[in-house]
Design a protein around this ligand. Structure first.
Ligand code: ATP
Length: 326
């Protein structure tokens, strides 16, 4: 059976790490058909649209999408693309690997981030000169859906610790609803969980990440806490993510376009290749996904390293080592 994979490299290092992930997928012997689409700053400059209609159609029609990064136009590209694939959950694992100089070597966290609402709804206004507002939207249905997904993810993947992150003591209406709804899901399922104020949680995650497993978060909190966790395990070059919908999904590294190193050929491809492993899981190729993860892990431990991990290797050299490891 052929699987159609939309490939949208986007801007900056997206152009370097996305081909690396495609090369790894291509080396597995699975019948993938890759269909490339354009998006990002350069396309907007050339055509006036950061996310052309054809690219939306490619992502909508594909079985799954691999997305690299977008620069200044990120909000105009990734937010609509997440809608195109109907994504309600953003899954961001942050794991520390042997052989890397991580701040916290015992980290094994998965952030389950609500992906459709909160302050990322984009409802902002200038209500008077010098006064601007942002409307935070929280619904019972989206909160319930992300909590269901998070508790189910913990059960399926063997995580005993589930934490619901919130700030309901200040945002009483919005996070009050998020917290009540998520707690109800945990109780209905009979799964133990704890709740944590997101600011205090940020501190505890830095000091004792080993006390946590799956963290269910509202949108912005999930974005920020997962970047914090990237710092614990060795940097943004290591964190993959999945944007999961009912029947479609998009996979992207947590990092952005990294304009400071774009074009130098030294971007760490691990986050993007690990995102491709999540794509394999999604399509049911669990053994291939494990092969890819094992090859990335052994490359990180013994193989060439890009400069963000203290080495001097290029993106291509690391990718070749991963493929060799397969
Ligand atoms: P954007 O505006 O697109 O989000 P940014 O530079 O603000 O770009 P990131 O792209 O996430 O944010 O990069 C943050 C930092 O992490 C930069 O110093 C970048 O070089 C580094 N970085 C991110 N991804 C990688 C990677 N894959 N390999 C090496 N360094 C990376």
């Amino acid at each position: 059976m052929t699987h159609e994979i939309a490939v949208i490299p986007g801007d900056g290092i997206g152009q370097e790490v996305t081909p690396a992930a495609v090369e790894v997928l291509g080396a597995l012997g699975i019948d993938f058909q890759f269909v490339e689409g354009e998006a990002g700053d350069a396309v907007e400059d050339a055509t006036g649209a950061a996310l052309p209609r054809e690219t939306r159609a490619i992502a909508a029609d594909a079985d799954a999408t691999l997305f690299g990064a977008a620069g200044e136009t990120a909000a105009d590209v990734i937010l609509p693309l997440r809608r195109v694939v109907g994504s309600f959950a953003n899954v961001r694992p942050a794991v520390s690997y042997p052989g890397l100089d991580a701040v916290q070597p015992g980290t094994d966290l998965v952030f389950i981030r609500e992906n459709t609402e909160g302050v990322y709804k984009g409802i902002e206004s200038e209500v008077a000169d010098g006064v601007r507002t942002c409307t935070r939207v929280i619904t019972e249905s989206a909160s319930g859906k992300i909590a269901e997904y998070g508790f189910e993810y913990a059960r399926q993947n063997g995580y005993d610790d589930v934490t619901i992150a919130h700030k309901a003591n200040v945002m009483r209406q919005t996070d009050g609803l998020f917290l009540d709804t998520a707690e109800r899901v945990g109780e209905d399922r009979g799964i133990e969980y704890e709740t944590a104020l997101m600011d205090a949680l940020a501190m505890h995650l830095v000091m004792h990440p080993e006390d946590y497993g799956v963290v269910i978060c509202p949108n912005l909190a999930g974005d920020m806490l997962s970047d914090l966790a990237a710092g614990l395990v060795g940097g943004l070059g290591l964190l993959p993510s999945a944007n999961v919908g009912e029947d479609n999904a998009l996979f992207e590294p947590v990092h952005g376009s990294a304009p400071d190193i774009a074009g130098d050929g030294v971007a760490n491809p691990a986050a993007m290749i690990l995102s491709a492993a999540m794509l394999l899981d999604h399509l049911g190729y669990d053994e291939d996904a494990d092969r890819v993860r094992t090859a990335v892990e052994s490359t990180l431990e013994d193989g060439p390293k890009t400069p963000d991990l203290g080495g001097a290797a290029t993106t291509e050299e690391v990718t070749a080592a991963v493929i060799e490891g397969l």
